[in-house]
Design a protein around this ligand. Structure first.
Ligand code: IMP
Ligand code: MG
Length: 171
């Protein structure tokens, strides 16, 4: 059986999060109203937990829980498990997610936030999967590139296990 391959260790992930946070801190330095950070569960739990203490701008935190339908019948549909409880209208949002693959999840979540009259919607994603075709949306703040393989760890699951794996691993 093949061994999992460690693509990024914790120190490398931390360095990527440092540079994402530096960009976010610079971009929102003059922010008066707290930036509303929306954590996209479950995958972004660890990324958000590591990114938030690096932010120096005022923030509030809420979460949303959505996942892709994996059957082809509803390929572009998101299954919403929880919508944010905070009123999004007039707010500056930063959506945090674990991995950008085709971009369907982020595209739908951004669309929802704009429909809720958010003032601005930015996205921060730890990993970007290198697919042959570009993702439907680009992340505003991006940490690391990963190959077109199934990856897990640092919040990302391997059939619901291994979200605690200390790094990003490829099967
Ligand atoms: P997208 O909608 O195609 O961009 O898929 C993004 C979502 O699918 C992410 O938020 C993850 O939850 C999940 N996902 C996509 N690729 C992987 C992977 O390689 N490992 C773990 N989760 C993944
Ligand atoms: Mg996810």
């Amino acid at each position: 059986m093949s061994q999992p391959e460690c693509l990024y260790n914790l120190a490398e992930i931390d360095a990527a999060l440092d540079s994402m946070a530096a960009q976010i801190n610079a971009d929102y330095a003059d922010q008066l109203q707290p930036l509303l950070v929306l954590v996209l569960l479950k995958g972004a739990l660890v990324t958000a937990g590591a990114l938030l203490p690096k932010l120096t701008v005022p923030v509030e935190v809420d979460y949303l829980h959505a996942s892709r339908y994996r059957d082809n019948s509803a390929a572009d549909q998101l299954r919403w498990l929880a919508k944010p409880q905070t009123d999004l209208s007039g707010r500056d949002l930063l959506i945090v997610d674990d991995i950008l693959d085709q971009g369907i999840t982020l595209r739908e979540v951004v669309k929802y936030c704009l429909e809720c009259q958010a003032s601005s919607v930015a996205t921060a994603v730890l990993a970007h999967k290198q697919l042959p075709q570009p993702a439907l949306v680009a992340a505003d703040y991006l940490g690391l590139q990963v190959p077109d393989r199934y990856v897990y760890g640092f919040g990302m699951d391997n059939a619901e296990r291994d979200r605690n794996a200390p790094g990003i691993f490829a099967l």
